[in-house]
Design a protein around this ligand. Structure first.
Ligand code: ZN
Length: 500
């Protein structure tokens, strides 16, 4: 996909198309693209042998507690184990909250309290504790056994994301032990059901216990990270915003009848007429702070018609003919607007009967600033057929007449308070690696905070070979060295955000 390499903002000789085929966009704020020479610093201080041993032990403990959404799994078993570690370490009980809407899906919220007068809102580190199911028969090792082999840690969750859970637990314990007093509260939330299940902890906490998780911004290590090419770091991605995922079920119903007596009214035809309208429809062109920064940057590196078109869309008002030309490239198109596309169809019940129902799933990726309900109403208006229903299909599988009204916030520009230390520390570990902010098409728990008006930055500080992404897959593994580096990064980063 050539366009993806065009989307790579910092010139590194690295081909983004090889990096991740589902990349939605990569957006580099120019100030974040710094050369190799600028950051020839000494590496960060590394964790002591004792601290590493503890961090490894926590990682092992978490991997060996099954937190899948299944009869064998329990997130609570893992959050309780971490609660015990914090209490044993001397965290006050009132700063360690274990809570949730289901006995097996309890979340842990830990607060490292500021000393002295506090002028800034807290920083929240958001980490999901659940993992995707893994079967022993599919794996070379037991997925719920922590195995160190050939320089890797193996086990379900070694990449997604018990590595970061363990690194953050270890970081909070070490900071507490060191007597570190931040200038603002630092909060760690270990949550349930990010991967699936009915009790999403991030959503529940922000809705039911905002006082525990309210923050200036969220750091979510569930996305972003350092891409390696044969051991060489080529780019560090930070997720700065994401689109909202929504499914809608479009249904046509009919009294049916014998297929030897067809009539003009027909559920399949009604549905396909609506879908043809959808196929011909394009949501309006939009830019936000993250995508505007990216395109401004890109215009300077492109040439010819593409450069002219990019400049034209950045003008006020934007040139919509130019936007239409650029939209021929799907990754640009996704950057520009909400998209909705039919992804599944079912209809009829017999070869010789008129269909009584016809249904389609329409999958939408909603541009930040719009609510799922707003998009649902636009679909209803587009179809303009009162015989059709357009219902919201929640993650839980439940159908609802209307969709959530909550909008994901329009992203602010990448804030220096986060990006300055993030870039500095990343480059202390991986010298010269460009840091790029991106708008992600996938979904993470960050969206619940974005909908509550709290910006979120996704960064794991985990370095992985680009062809070794095994999250959700078999034989998930993490280079041992990547774990130690993320540990050093987060210890320094957490201190930097908390105020040295
Ligand atoms: Zn994850």
């Amino acid at each position: 996909m050539q366009a993806e390499s065009k989307l790579e903002a910092c010139s590194t000789g690295y081909n983004a198309a090889m990096h991740r085929t589902f990349v939605f966009s990569r957006i580099a704020a120019p100030a974040l693209c710094v050369g190799t020479a600028a950051f020839a610093q000494s590496p960060l201080p590394t964790a002591s042998a004792a601290d590493r041993a503890e961090a490894r032990e926590i990682f092992k403990q978490l991997i060996e507690i099954n937190t899948t959404d299944s009869p064998q799994g329990s997130v609570t078993a893992a959050t309780e184990a971490m609660q015990k570690r914090f209490l044993d370490a001397g965290f006050p009980a009132e700063d360690v909250h274990l809570l949730g809407p289901d006995a097996r899906k309890e979340n842990l919220v830990v607060r490292l309290r500021a000393a002295g007068p506090v002028t800034k809102k807290p920083v929240l580190f958001l980490c999901h504790m659940d993992v995707v199911q893994a079967l022993r028969s599919d794996w070379s090792t037991d997925p719920f056994e922590f195995v160190e082999k050939d320089g890797y840690y193996y086990g379900r969750g070694t990449q997604d994301m018990k590595n970061s859970d363990a690194a953050m637990v270890s970081t909070f314990l070490r900071l507490h032990r060191a007597g570190y007093k931040p200038r603002r509260d630092l909060i760690l939330a270990l949550t349930a059901d990010e991967e699936g299940g009915k009790f999403n902890g991030a959503s529940w906490l922000v809705r039911e216990h905002r006082e525990l998780v309210d923050a200036a911004y969220v750091i979510n290590p569930d996305s972003g990270g350092v891409e390696l090419d044969h051991g060489r770091a080529v780019v560090a991605d930070v997720e700065a915003t994401e689109k909202v995922y929504s499914d809608f079920r479009v249904t046509a119903t009919n009294r049916g009848g014998h297929s030897s007596l067809p009539r003009p009214d027909n559920a399949i035809y009604e549905l396909t007429t609506a879908l043809e309208k959808l196929a011909a429809f394009t949501f309006p062109f939009e830019l936000n702070e993250v995508t505007r920064t990216y395109f401004t940057n890109l215009a300077g590196r492109e040439s010819g018609q593409t450069a002219a078109d990019i400049r034209a869309i950045l003008a006020t008002p934007p040139d919509l003919a130019a936007a239409a030309r650029l939209s021929a490239e799907p990754s640009f198109n996704s950057n520009f607007r909400t998209t909705c596309v039919a992804t599944r169809l079912t209809a009829g019940h017999a070869n010789n009967a008129l269909p009584q129902t016809a249904q389609a799933n329409v999958n939408c990726r909603i541009f930040p600033g719009h609510s799922p309900e707003e998009i649902r109403r636009q679909l209803v208006a587009l179809f303009a057929d009162t015989g059709l229903t357009v219902k919201y299909l929640a993650d839980t599988g439940e159908l609802a007449e209307t969709a959530p009204e909550r909008k994901a916030m329009t992203p602010p520009p990448p804030i220096a308070e986060v990006f300055e230390p993030l870039t500095r520390l990343t480059q202390a570990i991986w010298p010269g690696t460009p840091v790029t902010a991106e708008m992600e098409n996938g979904a993470s728990d960050s969206i619940y905070f974005a909908q509550a008006g709290i910006p979120s930055y996704g960064y794991s500080a985990i370095a992985l070979e680009r062809d070794d992404e095994r999250a959700h897959g078999r034989d998930e593994r993490l280079p041992v060295d990547s774990y130690w580096k993320s540990l050093d990064f987060f210890y320094a980063f957490t201190r930097a955000l908390g105020g040295e």
